[in-house]
Every structure is written in structure tokens, then in C-alpha cells.
Design a protein around this ligand. Structure first.
Ligand code: AMP
Length: 506
């Protein structure tokens, strides 16, 4: 047997990350960290001495150092500073965001970092833990991303791996990975719906499993819906209650906010088990007379459900839309698989049971399925036999080019299967024009300014002539990972120019 080190599977989560591997005995195992945990917080920080902290160490000092502690960075990777996502994040996080070249940067301890650099550090830590555990060098990984990630976000994750010498051999979608964890090797013929509500994002996919073929029928999601929003609902009520009682706005005090955030999450998690939980934080502020003030509240599961019922409704609307996109009804779904820590909330399970007329499956572990699926796929990656797993995925949002009037000319509609290639004819629009600039966008809205700019490329060297004389053909190619390349050909001369879409500069 050769001794090529294994390719590991990494679930790079918004809140926690996790890795798994198929060991030499053929069994898939999660890779444990110090202390027996299987996940590490996806948190990066720089302490006051300038030391970089990752994972548990970073989380532990979060309350004391909120401005230099970066969490939920996955929501920002591959994004422009001027985007709705970044605007929303600014109001949610205590660290500084600023504008970089075509991407958002964070300022920690007087340094500006790209989001891919934060992801790189987390990936590096996971890889080192895996290397220690396996006692061999690990430098290849399959990494999962939300199905909803754009081309740019996928490229940024690949780039993050490259920065620390990890070859990200394949990016796969988190719901697809969960379906793999559920279905590989079971000889199934089923349609499953993956409901994945993690810390920061919501993803839903319908996947048809035919033994080793996993075909995504439709996918959808909400990049701004996750466990953090359920915490927010508690936080808002605590702030309102405190202000009403004491006239003090705690949202201006980062340390107080961090204590509230921590307890809000713990309370929410407790209320998945219990029907009541007290919410008590001593000495959170002082009166002008120097008297210490405490937060003193009670939360019930019912109250939490009232505060967050709308969030659950939003997820079900997305589920309904994905079923429409797949051309299916609830009866066509054989199993509903739950992924992501937030799906432990009883209300979510109850609402899904009502929606589908049957309870969700217990077939996968919500926290582990994605890493396990990534490891199974990694193992299959180099398999040349019939046992190789085959994935047939889709793009989550339309990809298109800018047309006259800033309209989006769709090249690949949402849920187009991948890999996929399409040709689009193009020509010059004014006399003497020797270059054609093509701007590529991803998103489902009709006007390009509401979609995400993926990149632009220039096809130059055309002979000067009247408008419309040049005949060009642009080929767009989306590979199995959802990553786009574009090439153009002058039909008169056959001259070819190829480029990978590049706005990322990750
Ligand atoms: P993940 O990204 O899958 O690790 O999901 C993390 C999210 O799940 C966080 O927002 C957690 O607060 C939330 N979570 C974890 N356990 C529970 C639980 N028992 N009940 C409700 N939410 C939970």
C-alpha cells in the first residue's frame, strides 16, 4: 500500500469548525482536539501582547477583548465592503470593518487582515491538530461551504488554504456533505431534504440519493439567518428591559454586551432542554451614585418561541420555495435531515413535523454530519473504482453578465446543474471599439447593482471596425465546485483569451 497521507474533511463553520478523516481501517472518525472536544470555535483574536489566538483560546478571552476578537468571519469572506451584508455585520460585531480593494478588511490590534487570512489561520490550526492526531503530515483537504456561497466566497476559501499550504482539493456544499454522511454505502433510493441551521447561516437543499450518486435538485438559503439571530432576540429584550428599569443603555458598553451575548446563547441552549431559565448577570453597570446594578430576568421556552417564531417562519418559507424550485411537494420527501446546532430547538422540530407531516430523521448527528460527509468524500476522491461517490450539484444563485441599462442578462439560472458551460455571443457597441469589457454578476435580482460583482474581464485586440462588426463568443464554465471561469473567442480570427474571474484578490 502507498502511504499517501489522507485527505481530511473540514467543516469550516461560522461558529465552530470540525474535521474528520477516514482512517486506515476504513472507518470515518472525527478528529479530537485537546480535552476531547470535536469542534473548535471559529474565532481568531490578537491579545494585548500581540499574540495570535485561535479557537478555544480566542473564545476564552472574548469578553475581555471584544474589539480584537473576530468571530462569524465566515459571513464576511469574499464580500465587498459596500454590501448589505457588511452593513448588517457592522451593527452586530464589536471588531472594526473597513474597506479594502474589492473586499472587506478587519482591523485587529492595529493590523488590517483579509477575511481569507482569518480563515487561513483557522484552517491551519485544524490541519495541525489533524497532523498531530494522525501522526503524519496533512496538506490536502475537502472543505465544506454553505450551498449559498457565491463563486467569490468559494475562491476565497481555496485561497485561504493556499496561504497556509493546504491544497483544498475540493469544495463541497454543507448540505451535500450532510447527505453523504447520511447515505453513503447504504444503497438508498431516497429524496432527502437537508435543513441546516447553524450559527450564522441557513441552508436548505433537496438531494436525490441513488446509491452512490447524490444529485442536488434545488437549494436555497438565507445568509443572514442563524443561531446568532436567535441570541439577538434575547439580547434585544434584555437591553430593553434594563433600559426601562435603570435608564442605562448597555449596548454602548462592549464588555457588558459580551457578557449578555454569552449568557443569551447559554440561555437559548438551556431552553432546548428546559422550559425555564434564569438570566442573571451581577455588577453589569453602576448607577451615577456608584451603586452596582445586576441583570435579573427569567426566560421561559414559550417566551423564546414568541421572540423567535418569525425566524422559524422565514426558514419554512425558504423550504417551501426550494420545494417549488425542485418541482416537488412535501410528500415527495422521504426524510428530513437536521444539521446545525440550532436545529436542536424543539420549536424547529415541531414546526418541521407539522410542515412535512412526519418528524425529522435522527439519521445524522447535527454537529458532526458535515465534517463526516466531507471526510467520506475526501476518501472517495482518489478512488477509481465503482465505489466512487458522484456528486451532481447546482449553483445557488443565477450567474449573468451586465447588459444595457444595468440589467442582469442571466447565463446560468439559479439551480442550474454543475459542472456546466454556456456560450453567449457578444459584439462591439460603438465604431472603432477594440476591447470588450464583460462584467459578471451573481444573484437573482434583475438589476446588476443588487447582485454581487464576481469580476470583470477585458477582451482586447479586436480589429477596429463599425459597431456590431466583431463577432465574439464568450464561454462561461462553472466547475463541479461552483467556481467560474470565462473565456472569449473572436470568431473571425479564432483568437482565444481565458481568464479566471478575478475580483477576489484574496
Ligand atoms: P453550528 O454552526 O452548527 O455549530 O451551530 C451553532 C449554533 O447552534 C449556535 O448558534 C448555537 O447557539 C446553536 N446551538 C447549539 N446547541 C443548541 C441547542 N441545544 N439548542 C439551540 N441552539 C443550539
Amino acid at each position: 500500500m502507498g502511504t499517501t497521507p489522507p485527505i481530511i474533511g473540514i467543516d469550516l463553520g461560522t461558529t465552530n469548525s470540525c474535521a474528520a478523516v477516514v482512517e486506515s481501517d476504513g472507518k470515518v472518525k472525527l478528529i479530537p482536539y485537546k480535552g476531547g472536544d470535536f469542534t473548535i470555535p471559529s474565532i481568531f483574536a490578537v491579545d494585548e501582547k500581540g499574540h495570535e489566538l485561535i479557537g478555544h483560546e480566542a473564545k476564552r478571552q472574548w469578553q475581555l477583548n471584544p474589539r480584537n476578537t473576530v468571530y462569524a468571519s465566515k459571513r464576511l469572506i469574499g464580500r465587498n465592503y459596500k454590501s448589505e451584508v457588511v452593513d448588517t455585520m457592522k451593527s452586530l460585531v464589536a471588531y472594526e470593518l473597513k474597506e479594502g480593494q474589492n473586499e472587506v478588511l478587519i482591523d485587529v490590534a492595529q493590523r488590517s487582515l483579509k477575511m481569507s487570512e482569518v480563515a487561513a489561520r483557522i484552517l491551519d490550526r485544524i490541519r495541525n491538530i489533524a497532523s498531530d492526531h494522525l501522526q503524519e503530515k496533512v496538506d490536502r483537504a475537502v472543505v465544506t461551504v454553505p450551498a449559498y456561497f457565491t463563486d467569490r466566497q468559494r475562491q476565497a476559501v481555496k485561497e485561504a488554504g493556499k496561504q497556509v499550504g493546504i491544497d483544498v482539493v475540493r469544495i463541497i456544499n454543507e448540505p451535500t456533505a450532510a447527505a453523504l454522511a447520511y447515505g453513503v454505502g447504504k444503497g438508498l433510493a431516497e429524496r432527502v431534504l437537508i435543513y441546516d441551521l447553524g450559527g450564522g447561516t441557513f441552508d436548505v437543499s433537496v438531494i436525490e440519493i441513488r446509491d452512490r450518486v447524490f444529485e442536488v435538485k434545488a437549494t436555497g438559503g438565507d445568509i443572514f439567518l442563524g443561531g446568532l439571530d436567535f441570541d439577538e432576540a434575547i439580547i434585544r429584550l434584555v437591553l430593553k428591559d434594563f433600559e426601562a428599569r435603570h435608564g442605562i443603555d448597555l449596548s454602548q458598553d462592549p464588555v457588558a454586551m459580551q457578557r449578555i451575548k454569552d449568557l443569551a446563547e447559554r440561555t437559548k441552549i438551556d431552553l432546548s432542554q428546559r422550559t425555564e431559565a434564569s438570566f442573571h448577570i451581577p455588577f453589569i453597570a453602576m448607577t451615577p451614585q456608584g451603586k452596582p446594578l445586576n441583570v435579573e430576568m427569567m426566560f421561559t421556552r414559550k417566551l423564546l418561541e414568541q421572540l423567535t417564531g418569525k425566524l422559524v417562519d422565514r426558514t419554512l418559507q425558504t423550504v417551501a420555495q426550494v420545494l417549488v424550485d425542485a418541482g416537488l411537494s412535501t410528500r415527495d420527501i422521504d426524510e428530513v435531515l437536521l444539521v446545525g446546532g440550532q436545529t436542536r430547538m424543539p420549536l424547529i422540530q415541531e414546526r418541521l413535523t407539522r410542515f412535512f407531516g412526519k418528524p425529522p430523521s435522527k439519521g445524522v448527528h447535527p454537529d458532526e454530519a458535515v465534517a463526516i460527509g466531507a471526510a467520506l468524500y475526501a476518501h472517495s476522491f482518489e478512488d477509481d473504482t465503482d465505489l466512487k461517490v458522484q456528486l451532481l450539484d447546482v449553483i445557488p444563485m443565477a450567474i449573468g453578465i451586465e447588459a444595457a441599462g444595468r440589467r442582469m442578462h442571466v447565463v446560468f439560472p439559479r439551480n442550474a446543474s454543475i459542472p456546466n458551460a454556456r456560450q453567449v455571443p457578444a459584439t462591439t457597441s460603438f465604431d472603432g471599439q477594440q476591447e470588450v469589457v464583460v462584467r459578471i454578476f451573481q444573484g437573482d435580482l434583475p438589476e446588476v447593482q443588487h447582485n454581487e460583482l464576481l469580476g470583470e474581464f477585458t477582451f482586447g485586440g479586436l480589429p477596429a471596425g463599425p459597431a456590431g462588426a466583431a463577432q465574439m463568443e464568450i464561454t462561461f464554465d462553472v466547475n463541479i465546485e461552483g467556481i467560474l471561469t470565462a473565456s472569449a473567442r473572436d470568431l473571425a480570427t479564432g483568437r482565444q483569451m481565458k481568464t479566471t474571474v478575478r475580483v477576489t484578490s484574496a
